[in-house]
Design a protein around this ligand. Structure first.
Ligand code: BGC
Length: 721
C-alpha cells in the first residue's frame, strides 16, 4: 500500500484552491486555466520533483498544494501486483487481479468490443488499486516472429492493430484511468533493445509502424504514451525531437504526457527539449535521475527553459485532471465474476482451429470414455513467468482443470506430464542453449497413458519463461523436445489432438504434416482452461483467426530473408520496407505455413454477392462494401469477414493486398448475414515521403473479401476519381 495512496488525502486542498475539477465535464479552457493557476504557485524545485520518478511506479506530487502523486502500474496482462524496490513482490494479500489473455490472444479475436471490455475491466481493477496510469496496451508491430514480446503485442498488421488499440484505450480510460500506449516507436525486437538504432524509411514508418499509435491518440484519445528503449535513426526515442515533438505533439496534437520506459532516458537537456515529460526508472537514487538535479541545474544554466518545464508540468497535471483529480471517479473493483467473464469471452474467441481433418472436433463426448491429457502445458499456468510484467492472478484455470470441470463426471481423464517445461535463460536474460531435449521416461509414461485411452489431447508449445521481454527466441522450433513426444503419442494413439500454446509463431510444420487435428491456444488468462474445454466440446464454436503469419521457414520471413535482423553494430535496417507480414508473403508469392487471418470453425461459410455502394468515389467519400455470408453447417458460429484492397498500376510499390476493414458477425446455422464494411477512401492513401503527405491515387482499386488473407472469396472493383 506504500507509495500509492498518500497523494489522495491532499486532494481537497487543491479542490478548494481551484474549484471543481471534473475534467470530463468542465471545458478544456476551464481546466487549462486551473492548471495555469497551479503552475504559477509551484516553485522550480517542486516542478522538477514532478517530472521524474520518486518510486518504482510513481512520481511525486506537491503536498502543500494538494497535488497527488502520479501512480502507474504494469499491464498489459492485467494490473500487476505491488512490487517492492528491487522488483520483488510486496507479498500483499490484496492485489490479486484478473489475468486477461495476452495481447496476441486478444488480437486473434478480431473483436474490438472485447478489446474495449478488456480495457474497461482492467481499468476498474486499476481504479480499485488507486492507479492513475495503466502501462497498457502494448502494440508494437510483429516485424519478426522471434521477438520475445510478440505475445504482449497484437499483430503484424497496422489496421488490426489500430482497431484493437483504440478500443483498449477507450475501455481503460472509461474508468478515469490513463492508458499508456507503448512502446513509441519501432521497438520490434528485444535483442539489443537498449542500443539498437532502427533505420526505417519514412513511408514505412508512417504506413506500418505508426498507425496504431496515431489512432490511439487521435481517435482513442490516449492520455499517456511511453517512449521506447531503442533509437530511431540514431536518436533515442526518449529524446527524439522528430517522434515526440514534431509527430506526436505537433502533427497529432497530443495533450497528454510522454513517459520514458524504465531506465530508457539517456540525457537531460536533449530529452527535456525534445519532448520527454516524465522520466521513469528502477534506480532508487531518484535525485540522480536525468530529470532530477541535473535538470534543475540545466534550467539554472539556461539550457532548458522554465517554459519547457512548465509545459511538462502542465501535461502531468492535465493527466491528473483526467484521473485522480476528476470528479465522479468510479470506485473500481477487483477480480469480479464480470471480469472473469470478460477473460473467458476473450479466451473463447481467441482460440484458433488450425486443422480438423478427421472432424474429431468438437468432441463426441457421449462416445468417449477416456482421454489422455498429456503435456506440461496442460497444467502450466501463464500469469507469471519470464522477465517483465505478469499478474498475480486471483485464479487461473489450467487446461487440465478446465477439461475436468467440463468432462470430469463423464470421462476418465488420465494425465501424463510428457515433458518438463522448465526454461532457464542465461544470467543476463539471454536465451539459453540447452532446452530442446525430451525426457525419455516422461515420453514412455505418456505413451503408456495414451495407449490406454480412447483418445489423447496433447498440450505442447511454449510458456512465459520461454517467451519473454528482454530477449528474442533464437529460432522457431518448439522447445522442450516436444516433437519427439508428439510423434510418440501420435503413434500410440491415432486419435490424438494437438493443442499448441504460445504467443507468437512457431514452426509447427511437422505437426501440420503428420497430425489431423490442431488447435492453437495462447496465454489465455484466468479462464484459460474453461474456454479451451468449451471449444473442444463444442460449447463454443472456434472463431479465432491468426493475427500474424506463421512462416513455413524463418528465412521466408521478410526481415530474415533480407538478413535485416537483428542488425549489426547496433543498427538495423528495415530493408523490407512496407512489406511486413502477409504484405511480404503475398507480394513475393511465398506460401506461409498458416497465413494471416487464418482460422477454421466447426461450420462453413459461403460468401456471395460482394458489391460496393457506388462505382466511383471522391477522396472524401466512404466506400461501403456489402456481402452475404451464409452459415452452411450445423453449428452457429462467429465469422470474421476480412476486406482487403489491391491497387494495380500504382506509381509506387504496393503490397499485393492490405487489410482495410473487418467485421465479426454471429450467424445461426443455416442463416445468412448481410455484412457491410466501411472503408473511408482516405484510408487507401499511401504516404508520399517527398511531399510528406498522404496521397490517394486515382484509378481502380480491387476489393477482396475473404475468410483469411489468402482465402479470398469475392472481389469487386471501385474507381476513385
Ligand atoms: C518495459 C515496459 C514496462 C516497464 C515497467 C520495461 O522494462 O519495457 O513495458 O512498462 O518496464 O515495468
Amino acid at each position: 500500500m506504500r507509495k500509492r495512496i498518500s497523494g489522495y488525502i491532499f486532494c481537497s486542498a487543491l479542490l478548494l484552491a481551484t474549484g471543481s475539477v471534473n475534467a470530463q465535464n468542465t471545458s478544456t479552457a476551464g481546466t487549462d486555466a486551473k492548471i495555469s493557476a497551479i503552475i504559477k504557485k509551484l516553485t522550480l524545485e517542486e516542478k522538477i520533483a514532478m517530472v521524474h520518478a520518486s518510486g518504482l511506479f510513481s512520481s511525486a506530487g506537491v503536498k502543500r498544494l494538494g497535488i497527488p502523486q502520479l501512480v502507474s502500474d504494469d499491464g498489459p496482462l492485467g494490473v500487476r501486483e505491488e512490487i517492492k524496490p528491487g522488483w520483488a513482490s510486496a507479498n500483499l494479500l490484496t492485489d490479486s487481479a484478473t489475468f486477461f489473455p495476452n495481447g496476441s490472444a486478444l488480437a486473434a479475436t478480431w473483436n474490438p468490443e472485447l478489446a474495449y471490455r478488456y480495457g474497461h475491466d482492467m481499468g476498474e481493477e486499476a481504479r480499485a488499486r488507486n492507479k492513475q496510469i495503466m502501462l497498457a496496451p502494448a502494440f508494437n508491430i510483429a516485424r519478426t516472429p522471434l521477438c520475445g514480446r510478440t505475445y504482449e503485442y497484437y499483430s503484424e498488421d497496422p489496421f488490426l492493430n489500430s482497431r484493437l488499440a483504440v478500443a483498449s484505450v477507450k475501455g481503460i480510460q472509461s474508468q478515469h484511468v490513463a492508458a499508456c500506449v507503448k512502446h513509441f516507436a519501432v521497438n520490434n525486437q528485444e535483442v539489443e533493445r537498449d542500443f539498437i538504432s532502427v533505420n526505417v524509411d519514412e513511408r514505412t514508418l508512417r504506413e506500418i509502424y505508426l498507425p496504431a499509435f496515431k489512432a490511439s491518440i487521435t481517435e482513442g484519445g490516449a492520455w499517456t504514451i511511453m517512449s521506447a528503449y531503442n533509437k530511431l535513426r540514431g536518436v533515442y526515442c526518449s529524446e527524439n525531437d522528430y517522434l515526440l515533438n514534431k509527430i506526436l505533439k505537433g502533427e497529432w496534437k497530443f495533450k497528454g504526457l510522454v513517459m520514458s520506459d524504465w531506465g530508457g532516458t539517456h540525457s537531460t537537456v536533449n530529452a527535456a527539449n525534445h519532448g520527454l515529460d516524465l522520466e521513469m526508472g528502477s534506480g532508487e537514487k531518484y535525485d540522480a535521475y536525468f530529470f532530477a538535479k541535473p535538470l534543475l541545474d540545466s534550467v539554472k544554466a539556461g539550457k532548458v527553459s522554465v517554459k519547457t518545464i512548465d509545459a511538462k508540468v502542465r501535461r502531468i497535471l492535465w493527466v491528473m485532471y483526467q484521473t485522480s483529480l476528476s470528479a465522479n471517479q468510479p470506485k473500481g473493483s477487483m477480480a469480479t465474476p464480470a471480469h472473469g467473464k470478460t477473460a473467458y469471452d476473450i479466451a473463447s474467441e481467441s482460440i484458433v482451429l488450425l486443422k480438423n481433418a478427421k472432424h474429431l472436433l468438437p468432441l463426441n463426448t457421449s462416445a468417449i470414455k477416456s482421454i489422455a491429457v498429456i503435456g506440461d502445458n496442460a497444467t502450466h499456468t501463464f500469469h507469471l513467468g519470464g522477465f517483465g510484467a505478469g499478474v498475480k492472478a486471483k485464479y487461473e484455470i489450467t487446461a487440465l482443470a478446465g477439461l475436468k470441470n467440463r468432462l470430469g463426471n463423464k470421462v476418465n481423464i488420465k494425465f501424463a506430464q510428457g515433458y518438463s517445461g522448465v526454461y532457464i535463460p542465461t544470467k543476463d536474460n539471454h536465451m539459453g542453449d540447452d532446452y530442446n531435449h525430451s525426457d525419455s521416461a516422461m515420453v514412455t509414461q505418456a505413451v503408456a497413458v495414451a495407449k490406454s485411452t480412447d483418445m489423447a489431447i496433447l498440450f505442447v508449445g511454449a510458456n512465459r519463461d520461454y517467451e519473454s521481454e528482454g530477449r528474442d527466441r533464437k529460432d522457431l522450433s518448439l522447445p522442450f523436445g516436444e516433437q519427439t513426444l508428439i510423434d510418440a503419442v501420435t503413434a500410440a494413439n491415432p486419435n490424438t489432438i494437438v493443442v499448441v500454446v504460445g504467443g507468437a509463431p512457431y514452426d509447427i510444420g511437422a505437426i501440420k504434416k503428420n497430425n489431423h487435428t490442431i488447435v492453437w491456444s495462447w496465454y489465455n488468462g484466468s479462464e484459460n482452461g474453461n474456454a479451451l474445454a468449451d471449444v473442444l466440446i463444442g460449447k463454443i464454436n472456434p472463431s479465432g483467426k491468426l493475427p500474424f503469419t506463421f512462416p513455413a521457414s524463418l528465412k521466408d520471413s521478410p526481415a530474415h530473408a533480407l538478413d535485416a535482423y537483428p542488425g549489426k553494430d547496433h543498427k538495423v535496417d528495415y530493408k523490407e520496407g512496407i512489406l511486413v507480414g502477409y504484405r511480404w508473403y503475398d507480394t513475393k508469392n511465398i506460401d506461409p505455413l498458416y497465413c494471416f487471418g487464418y482460422g477454421l470453425s466447426y461450420t462453413d461459410y459461403d460468401y456471395d454477392g460482394l458489391y460496393a455502394d457506388r462505382k466511383a468515389y471522391k477522396t472524401t467519400d466512404n466506400i461501403t462494401a456489402t456481402i452475404k455470408v451464409k452459415n452452411t453447417g450445423k453449428y452457429a458460429g462467429k465469422e470474421t469477414v476480412q476486406l482487403y484492397v489491391h491497387k494495380s498500376g500504382s506509381a509506387v510499390e504496393r503490397a499485393e493486398k492490405e487489410l482495410k476493414a473487418f467485421k465479426k458477425v454471429w450467424i445461426a446455422a443455416g442463416q445468412t448475414a448481410t455484412v457491410s464494411l466501411k472503408i473511408p477512401v482516405k484510408d487507401l492513401a499511401y504516404f508520399d515521403a517527398t511531399k510528406m503527405k498522404w496521397v490517394v491515387e486515382p484509378g481502380k482499386y480491387k476489393l477482396l473479401a475473404g475468410t483469411s488473407s489468402k482465402d479470398v472469396k469475392q472481389t469487386t472493383t471501385v474507381n476513385i476519381n
